[in-house]
Design a protein around this ligand. Sequence first.
Ligand SMILES: [Zn+2]
Length: 119
Amino acid sequence: MPYCPKCRAEYRPGIRICADCRVKLIAFLEPEEDNWVNFKEIYISYNELEAERIKAFLEENCIDCIVRSMRISPYPINIGNFSEHRIAVDEEKLPEAVELIREAIADEYISRRGTFKDF
Ligand SMILES: [Zn+2]
């Protein structure tokens, strides 16, 4: 199975480019990247576009952010419908990121459909 080296999503054989990250897929996933270790998942969005929006929003506020997509369906045909997009930030920036996401929800910049992870 090909994998995206960036978001680690798994794809069907034959697919070459990650639809989310626009990067070339690789045959095997390296063990968890070191930089992921310092990242903590803070929020789960069930909408791919929204996850991207949150990521861009956090990055605008100088918070490094990773979106990790978990395809709930084994075949990512219904991209966006059956997937979780876990947003992780640098652990040190976690309280700041939570605050920003809360504000964005209050401002209706992002929907209330996602969920915060328990810390
Ligand atoms: Zn990707």
